[in-house]
Design a protein around this ligand. Structure first.
Ligand SMILES: Cc1cc2nc3c(=O)[nH]c(=O)nc-3n(C[C@H](O)[C@H](O)[C@H](O)COP(=O)(O)OP(=O)(O)OC[C@H]3O[C@@H](n4cnc5c(N)ncnc54)[C@H](O)[C@@H]3O)c2cc1C
Length: 471
């Protein structure tokens, strides 16, 4: 450890206990896709906001770069220290969660695990709707820092839309508290929304006030297959014309994804008997009090079948069947990991352009190499797709891996042509910095840099994330 960091730790030791300093080997920072390795030799675990403030104030004085760490499920490397002289700041000890019955609001500290927050809401008869496959490990601070999305964005929005109040510590140690539970608050700049999605580059999020919602009453899960993507959009439009914000999820699954799940040893029960390239798993809230909209839903789907827009459709009539359907969707990332992708893309394009976009992208990719398999899936109702690329056999992997950058460029260039986003929900982190520079509007980039340089003039908070200027 450098003498500068040793000195920094010595001074902090006067206020923090020995057990709050963890040496390398005894703490873990993971990249879920195993592309980056943590190089930091020390992790500090503050117990409250005041301690976070003390650490940042001192780090500012000693020019120590700080890397905020949540549950380490981030997919763009923002939580990974890329240099030895960086200190990991883990928020895991700030894990209080309170539910207020009168207001139905949650007050949470940033290290609280997402699934614990959801459980407390459920135990109080309410729903905190942020739903990610990583919810058993990710922390709400990490979710806010990345403005996480997930399954139910279509109805409830990103975590940004679920957050009313926020507390954070700025790089110089100043505490910024906007812990108000107001729907309307135009007292100056909306700094809460500046910090949400800033990936730990502007401040350390320490607490938040979150909204909860009524638990949907017996929502129904429906799995259907279609001939092509035009039909997916047709059915989505028909369903949303009638059910609007009663659609809880609308997930696209490519047949390749189902094949991957089976090939990698997972056991699933796919209900489909006819071969098609695409299926959709959707969940809809059909009950409003004693009124059921089930018949209207059945009629809408029946009309789609008559128009040849749906090939097969299955309703989950039991909880067991519902779980079987969702198991298929939830296993896709795990099966992809077992297969080992060449590159994974978290993109969004305007919904109505998705069919044309995918046809063009598939064509460009197949022109580039015949040895490629694509598994495209995701939250299609939000226009968000995970377009993941695999070698068709292990023999072709080395060549494709060599050409990874070119493959990424093909995807990103087309996303850009379609006015889409090269990062729909995972953020920029360390892995997409050059793409951000290439594809983002210069005016927006200018303003982002200006804000960063004023809030963190010494570039000490998460250096190398979003921005690539030197400390
Ligand atoms: C299987 C799997 C499925 C996933 N599914 C989804 C999905 O559907 N939708 C989605 O959006 N994401 C998804 N993710 C990505 C990931 O779970 C989210 O990005 C999540 O919000 C990260 O939270 P975390 O606590 O793990 O943060 P970390 O990975 O620890 O950190 C992520 C970033 O936030 C910063 N950070 C962490 N805590 C704080 C804090 N308190 N203050 C300031 N900065 C902080 C870190 O420095 C880093 O830049 C998935 C990941 C996995 C592994």
């Amino acid at each position: 450890m450098s003498s500068n960091i040793c000195h920094f730790i010595n001074i902090l030791s006067k206020d923090l206990s020995e057990s709050q300093f963890i040496k390398s080997g005894s703490f873990e920072v993971r990249d879920p896709r195993d592309r980056l390795l943590n190089k930091s030799e020390i992790c500090i675990k503050p117990k409250n906001t005041k301690e976070v403030s003390k650490i940042l104030k001192l780090a500012n004085k000693f020019l120590i770069p700080i890397i905020p760490l949540g549950g380490s499920t981030g997919l763009v490397g923002g939580q990974i220290a890329h240099e030895k002289n960086q200190v990991i700041l883990s928020l895991e000890k700030l894990d209080e969660i309170k539910f207020f019955k009168k207001s139905n609001l949650l007050e949470v500290q940033s290290g609280a695990i997402l699934s614990s927050i959801k459980n407390l809401a459920i135990n109080n008869g309410r729903l905190f709707p942020l739903s990610l496959a990583s919810e058993g490990s990710c922390q709400i601070g990490g979710n806010l820092a990345t403005n996480a999305g997930g399954l139910n964005v279509i109805k409830y929005g990103n975590v940004r839309d679920l957050c009313l109040g926020l507390e954070a510590v700025l790089p110089n140690g100043k505490i910024l508290s906007s812990m108000k539970s107001l729907k309307k608050n135009n007292m100056g700049f909306d700094l809460k929304n500046l910090l949400i999605g800033s990936e730990g580059t502007l401040g350390i999020i320490t607490s938040a006030i979150l909204k909860t919602f009524p638990i949907p009453k017996n929502p129904i899960s429906i799995f259907f297959s279609v001939k092509d993507l035009e039909d997916v959009i047709f059915v989505f439009k028909k369903i949303s014309d009638v059910f609007q914000d009663r659609i809880l999820a609308f997930e696209l699954i490519k047949n390749t994804g189902i094949d991957f799940i089976k090939e990698t040893g997972f056991l699933i029960n796919s209900p489909f008997t006819k071969n098609t390239d695409w299926t959709v798993l959707m969940e809809i809230e059909v009950n409003i009090g004693a009124i059921s909209l089930n018949e209207i839903l059945e009629q809408t789907l029946y009309d789609c079948i008559l128009k040849n827009k749906i090939v097969e459709v299955f309703f989950a009539n039991t909880l067991n069947q519902r779980n079987e359907f969702w198991k298929i969707r939830e296993l896709i990332p795990a099966a992809n990991r077992r297969k080992g992708s060449i590159c994974s893309n978290d993109i969004s394009v305007p919904l109505e352009k998705i069919p044309e976009f995918i046809i063009k992208l598939d064509r460009s990719i197949s022109l580039f190499s015949k040895d490629i398999l694509v598994n495209c899936f995701g939250h299609v109702g939000d226009g968000n797709l995970h377009y993941n690329i695999f070698p068709s056999s292990e023999n072709s992997r080395p060549v494709l891996e060599k050409n990874r950058l070119q493959i990424f460029n093909i995807v990103n260039d087309l996303v850009n042509k379609y006015s889409g986003s090269i990062s729909a929900e995972h953020g920029i982190g360390r892995l997409k910095v050059s793409e951000l520079k290439k594809f983002e509007d210069p005016g927006k980039l200018y303003m982002m840099k200006l804000i960063k340089s004023v809030v963190d003039p010494k570039n000490l908070l998460n250096p190398g994330v979003i921005f690539n200027f030197k400390s």
